[in-house]
Design a protein around this ligand. Structure first.
Ligand code: COA
Length: 221
């Protein structure tokens, strides 16, 4: 029977492992034994998934990313090109810390930008966005927009990846989806129209306009 997933002949897939239907694995990837990949994932060129790692459904991983042991990746996560995940805070070549990996939890819908580095032991909240090149050393709340070195939260970002810059009566509206958001406590943002764990309705899952067309001319915070 044909595999329910697609893998380029140059990919190395160790056994046993579990790969969901519809998942695509491109050139020079390495899936280690005991990895679990959900349905409809896409792994670009030169992606390594370590033994025991679990990827949720619809996870998109761009070229040159290694997902090390100790990382948990939930549904709809986007890992940008050449981003770096880690699993030991104080690595030493002469000391074996294989039983001491520090977990990194990347929650549903989170995005890690190109070349960003995630220092291990943190949680990236649901639908947060880590800007290109950031170095994340602390937990990021749901919908947090983090940039810089060290990474700092610059504001909030919608599910559709738009910075939420101005609120009317305390309510932010995403310029693309029109979904509404409100801070329910200091440092806590919630969507008023869609539960954080609910999948996007199909009608809201296709982009219609380029990013800048929503933001040009708007003041920065
Ligand atoms: C953070 C991001 C979403 C843009 O947010 P934004 O608020 O629209 O940013 P703007 O372009 O309006 O810039 C606002 C300020 O933030 C700075 N900035 C933007 N992105 C930054 C980043 N990644 N790191 C540091 N500073 C950044 C800008 O230089 C600007 O600074 P200034 O006001 O001093 O000129 C975007 O820059 C980014 O990093 N996206 C990730 C892209 C990516 O990695 N894609 C991977 C797959 S293709």
């Amino acid at each position: 029977m044909a595999a329910p997933y697609q893998a380029h002949p140059s990919a190395i897939i160790d056994t046993p492992c579990t790969i969901g239907a519809g998942t695509k694995i491109w050139h020079f990837c390495h899936i280690c034994a005991d990895a679990v990949l959900g349905e409809n994932c896409n792994l670009g060129q030169n992606v390594m998934i370590a033994s025991g790692v679990r990827l949720g459904r619809n996870v998109k991983i761009q070229n040159n990313v290694s997902v090390y042991a100790g990382t948990i990746v939930e549904d709809d996560v986007f890992l940008g090109p050449s981003c770096v995940l880690t699993n030991v805070s104080n690595p030493r070549a002469a000391i074996n810390r294989r039983s001491l990996y520090e977990p990194t939890l990347i929650r549903r819908g989170a995005t890690v930008g190109a070349n960003a580095t995630i220092v291990c032991g943190v949680t990236l909240g649901r639908h947060c966005l880590i800007g290109a090149g950031a170095v994340v050393t602390r937990d990021v709340p749901d919908y947090g927009l983090v940039t810089g070195v060290p990474g700092r939260r610059r504001g909030w970002v919608s599910r559709h990846g738009h910075p939420l810059r101005s609120a009317r009566d305390g309510v932010f509206t995403c310029p693309e989806s029109r979904l509404r958001y409100r801070e329910t406590a200091p440092g806590v943002l919630r969507c008023l129209d869609l539960d954080e764990d609910a999948p996007l309705p199909a009608a809201l899952a296709v982009g219609t306009q380029p990013y800048r067309s929503f933001h040009d001319g708007l003041p920065h915070p």
